[in-house]
Write a protein of this length. Structure first.
Length: 327
């Protein structure tokens, strides 16, 4: 279990998406006092969710909170979200420290509520092996458990499903796949487009392959950006989960509308991964995209059978429930 407090440096991100100040301020997360952001305090009860995007952490606050003026000034437009940029590559650790403390307090409250009702033995909780946030598993009897906070899938012995600590929904294509921060270097001058830029982009192996194919030939004449582009290719091909070796290709075929070929690859992976909620989710998503709602529904149900609290499948089922039932 990691330490229960963390000190960090941060900057607020303003409503236009850039840092609000030139210099960073000091922050601290600890179990007793909550979150300190440059002298302004937030309690864990004030939060309804936390988000992570690269080195930025989003703190989703409950509505109608009374905030101090410095915090009110930093809220994103028309929302109750504070976004902070964490320095020194600590964003995941700080988000995890916040999630550990607030879930641990929430679980204590649930436990006390169970004791008050005279049912102390019915309450069960489990900590995620990657981020250590706790999940209530009192009513969860499926083979796999989903961590809402970091999207890792694990079992009751806290063993992750394959390399699932590296796999989650891609923020670009929304398919389950391995997600990483890829380098996007562009250095080319063509009559139609001139670019000299470098940024990191968070996406899955399939989206990274598309990016590689888009920029490699443009970068080739000037050589300058080629090493970063080759490294991008190395990253999306290297060290995949062997059990999901064809997943990136299957997702690409599905996204491009070739469901017949995609299904061949998905089916061969299902033979090796009978109860894989992420794989079933991809198949459901692919069938939903192709209009075969019956097969989509079947695969989402299989995903939830394997992992009762698998939110991606649950959300899509709720979203398309009406259309799936009507067809
Ligand atoms: Zn987790
Ligand atoms: Zn993607």
């Amino acid at each position: 279990m990691p330490s229960s407090y963390s000190n960090f440096r941060f900057r607020f991100i303003n409503r236009w998406g850039s840092a609000a100040t030139l210099f960073s301020a000091n922050g601290r997360v600890d179990r007793e006092n909550g979150i300190d952001l440059g002298g302004s305090q937030l309690q864990y009860d004030d939060l309804s969710d936390t988000l992570l995007d690269g080195n930025r952490v989003g703190l989703v606050l409950k509505p109608y909170l009374t905030l101090t003026r410095p915090l009110t000034d930093q809220l994103q437009a028309n929302s109750t979200v504070l976004v902070i940029e964490i320095m020194d590559d600590f964003a995941f650790n700080i988000k995890s420290a916040i999630d550990q403390n607030r879930t641990s307090l929430a679980m204590e409250q649930l436990q006390h509520a169970g004791e008050a009702k005279g049912k102390p033995n019915l309450f069960r909780k489990i900590a995620c092996p990657k981020c250590y946030a706790q999940t209530d598993v009192s009513n969860l009897a499926s083979p796999w458990i989903y961590c809402h906070y970091c999207e890792t899938i694990f079992n009751q012995f806290q063993q992750t499903l394959g390399k699932s600590e590296k796999y989650r929904l891609c923020p670009i294509c929304q398919y389950y796949n391995r997600v990483q921060l890829f380098p996007e270097a562009r250095f080319y001058f063509t009559p139609k487009e001139s670019r000299a830029s470098y940024q990191e982009i968070e996406c899955c192996d399939t989206c990274a392959q598309r990016l590689y194919e888009t920029i490699v030939w443009k970068n080739a004449p000037f050589l300058f950006a080629l090493p970063a582009t080759w490294y991008l290719r190395f990253m999306y091909t290297d060290d995949r989960d062997p059990a999901l070796a064809e997943l990136a290709q299957a997702n690409r075929l599905a996204q491009d509308g070739d469901l017949k070929q995609a299904d061949v690859l998905y089916s061969s992976m299902v033979l090796r991964n009978e109860n894989h909620p992420g794989l079933r989710y991809c198949m459901g998503r692919a069938y939903l995209q192709s209009g075969d709602n019956k097969k989509a529904f079947y695969n989402f149900r299989e995903a939830l059978e394997a992992c009762h609290n698998y939110e991606p499948a649950r959300k899509l089922l709720q979203l398309y429930k009406k259309e799936i039932v009507e067809k």
